[in-house]
Design a protein around this ligand. Structure first.
Ligand code: PLP
Length: 340
């Protein structure tokens, strides 16, 4: 059994991720906003899931697993990161991907990259996805009995207490950057990020207090609703604190669901326009499923903080998944006019 007070961690992410400030972004968002570039934790595997997987895949390895099982939406960033990193460690990945009708879709974006990395991918219906934890347990049992594999199950989004430790550590990293003068030594008013399964939010809340980097954490839901995530994050925070019981109380975690758009994976025209405007003025590319909605939310919040740190959690391969509504209105390249 791994030691729960000092769990093993693999070095999988490129750390520290940069802390960037764009004046043009301050003007668009309406406050001073520093961007913690967790969209740069790696190459193909990049994004916030890499930090969680440093702990989760270390645990898988410590338990002698040869196959990791996980789940998500068809364009899941988490499944792609897991598939790529597991393969690099010599393990196989099996993923359950939710589609509207349970039928496969053509490969694009994330599942295309997972396929390249040799993942075995199954599609399931939204109804089946409701019992994803049972499904993964059953599939793990089958892989064990039928194929002699040693499977390890990672929950949706890598969001259990162990995965959330990645974001406690990220706040220690941010503290070191502040100490080194990266953004002035003063703590931020707010750490802001998107919320999809709650692990990032929980880790940020514990880590922000432990490392004194911000007085509050603002978490912008992209699915479900506030009361759902209040419950999910409270129990994740309990789990994280149980692993290191001596730390201070977590930073206040405020969850917002006003800017989640029509539904998971679908953004409003205004949100898509916001993504295009940010990219056109700063070169910072947000994704329409998570980061675009979260920063849009911060920019529309009636009590914006004076100084925020926005965690860019990644997601750009999803942007390139079909259909790609953000790209729809952009002008394609034109033939060079004669005489230039
Ligand atoms: C998974 C994901 C999130 C949400 O993180 P959770 O810990 O699942 O809440 C945010 N942004 C991107 C790009 C993600 O892939």
């Amino acid at each position: 059994m791994p030691d729960t007070a000092n769990p093993p961690r693999l070095s999988l992410a490129n750390l520290p991720t940069p802390l960037h400030h764009f004046r043009a972004l301050d003007a668009i968002v309406g406050c001073e906003v520093w961007v913690k570039r967790d969209d740069m934790t790696g190459g193909v595997e990049t994004g916030n899931k890499v930090r969680k997987l440093e702990y989760l895949l270390a645990d898988a390895r410590a338990r002698g697993a040869d196959t990791v099982l996980t789940c998500g939406g068809f364009q899941s960033n988490h499944c792609r990161a897991t598939a790529v990193l597991a393969r690099g460690l010599g393990m196989h990945a099996v993923t359950l991907l939710r589609t509207d009708d349970g039928e496969p879709r053509p490969l694009s974006g994330n599942p295309l990259l997972s396929a390249l990395a040799g993942a075995r991918q199954y599609t399931i219906t939204p109804a089946a996805y409701e019992s994803r934890d049972n499904l993964m347990r059953e599939l793990a049992a089958r892989l064990r009995s039928d194929e002699g594999r040693r499977p390890y199950v990672i929950p949706e989004g890598g969001s259990n207490a162990l995965g959330a430790l990645g974001y406690v550590a990220a706040m220690g990293e941010l503290r070191a950057q502040l100490d080194a003068g990266a953004a002035g030594a003063a703590p931020f008013d707010v750490i802001a990020a998107a919320c999809g399964s709650g692990g990032t939010a929980a880790g940020l809340a514990v880590g922000a207090a432990r490392h004194r980097v911000a007085s509050e954490v603002w978490s912008f839901a992209v699915c479900d609703d506030r009361s759902h995530f209040d419950g999910v994050t409270a129990s994740l925070i309990d789990g994280v604190r149980a692993m290191a019981p001596d730390g201070p109380a977590p930073a206040p975690l405020r969850l917002f669901d006003e800017w989640k758009g029509p539904r998971y994976g679908e953004a409003t025209a205004e949100q898509l326009e916001f993504i295009r405007r940010v990219a056109a003025h700063t070169g910072l590319v947000l994704d329409p499923v998570y980061t675009g909605k979260a920063l849009f939310g911060l920019s529309h919040h009636p009590q914006r903080p004076a100084r925020a740190c926005f965690v860019h959690t990644g997601g750009f391969p999803g942007l390139l998944g079909a259909p790609a509504p953000v790209l729809a209105d952009l002008p394609p390249p034109q033939p060079l006019p004669a005489g230039t």
